[in-house]
Write a protein that binds this ligand. Structure first.
Ligand code: PNS
Length: 159
């Protein structure tokens, strides 16, 4: 059984994330979406809120599980018997950081491969931070996040 982990802060999940989830869930027997803390970002939504949003977005996908972890990603992946880490690569600007993560993870565990997904070109500009900025400034986020979570995201910014 081929198990993959898709880790991230998902703060909040975007259409870019869900598109990668749909595509990778077709390739692996089981896909675990793993919410965790990115040490260089301050999060807006709690881990529970992010998990709940991801569960709503992936409700129809039978081989997808949503989880959270703290600690090292490679340790978590090994505990879950996953042999692949999925990451999205939107643009050249992502490249340096993503290669650094992938190489560091490989150094810590040779058994786990990182596989990159190039998102649909409609989403290469999209990021959770931009969604939050737009929502905070009163812009529309309907086309940026899955419909089932748009209200939840907006509710953080409604006075
Ligand atoms: O969605 P993000 O914020 O780009 O995801 C980054 C994330 C969460 C995948 C990265 O920060 C991570 O792997 N954190 C887990 C802790 C860890 O293993 N750190 C060492 C990475 S080499």
């Amino acid at each position: 059984m081929k198990i993959a982990v898709y880790p991230g802060s998902f703060d909040p999940p975007t259409n870019g994330h869900t598109e990668i989830i749909y595509r990778s869930s077709k390739i692996f027997d089981k896909l675990i979406i793993a919410v965790t803390r990115n040490f260089s970002k301050k999060s807006t939504f709690s881990v529970e809120e992010r998990k709940e949003m991801l569960e709503k977005c992936t409700d129809s996908l039978r081989n997808v599980e949503v989880d959270s972890f703290s600690g090292l990603l490679v340790d978590y992946a090994q505990k879950k018997k996953a042999s692949v880490i999925i990451r999205g690569l939107r643009a050249v600007s992502d490249f340096e950081y993503e290669v650094q993560l992938a190489l560091m993870n490989r150094r810590m565990s040779k058994k786990i491969e990182t596989i990159f997904f190039i998102p649909d070109e409609n989403y290469t500009f999209l990021s959770s931070s931009l969604v939050k900025e737009i929502a905070e400034l009163g812009g529309k986020i309907n086309e940026l996040v899955p419909a089932v979570i748009a209200n939840k995201v907006m509710s953080k910014y409604r006075k």
